[in-house]
Design a protein around this ligand. Sequence first.
Ligand code: UDP
Length: 237
Amino acid sequence: MDLVYKRILLKLSGEAFAGSQSYGIDPKFLEYITAEIGSLVKVGVQIAIVIGGGNIFRGIRGLEIGIDRATGDYMGMLATVINALALQSALEKLGGIHTRVLSALEIRQVAEPYIRRRAIRHLEKGRVVIFAAGTGNPFFSTDTAGALRAVEISAQLFIKATKVDGIYTDDPLKNPQAKFIDQISYLDAINMGLRIMDHTALTLCMENKLPILVLNINKPGNLLRAVMGEKVGSLIK
Ligand code: UDP
């Protein structure tokens, strides 16, 4: 089967990095995701990745411990840099995959600054690009950063990696009656209040006609099946 999507943006949550742990980075997940990403590199997919930071720090948590929201959000963005460096190291060391981290906050000693044209150049050369530090602005989420970067680099698909098989009418881990939704429009996803991603991210995708595929990242082969156009997960378009 031919490649249906040649350039994708993959959004990985910080939670995925924690694997079976409640905090930090699970080496087993790094090993697993390296193999999954490697299978896409092998077939020539250009891959950009946006990483969350929820396994280390979320801005909203700052409020609970007396840190103002904006500062907490910057801490959250720095947490995504830690995950980005871990993933870069795993991709290069375990997978032999050339990877560049581009950060929305300047930390030149550890990552290149985000420059759109440079990101595209890296992708064209077959390197995996990891976008760190979200959008670089507080009060945003890494889902929004994912949508923004995906649109900027003209990705053909935004893959939102989750731990369930796709979109459901309710949380399937809590409600066994929750029904699977195979395909849905952006507007319905927003109006039904489905908690797939925040409205800013959804709106950005809608306005730029960028399809979103919500899939289970913990099922081996799902990423490859998705770029080959096989039916996997739920599609928002
Ligand atoms: N964040 C931010 N601006 C951005 C992206 C992220 O301020 O553009 C902060 C925000 O505090 C967020 C944290 O970084 O809580 C980590 O990102 P997120 O919670 O989206 O990660 P995930 O839920 O995917 O692990």
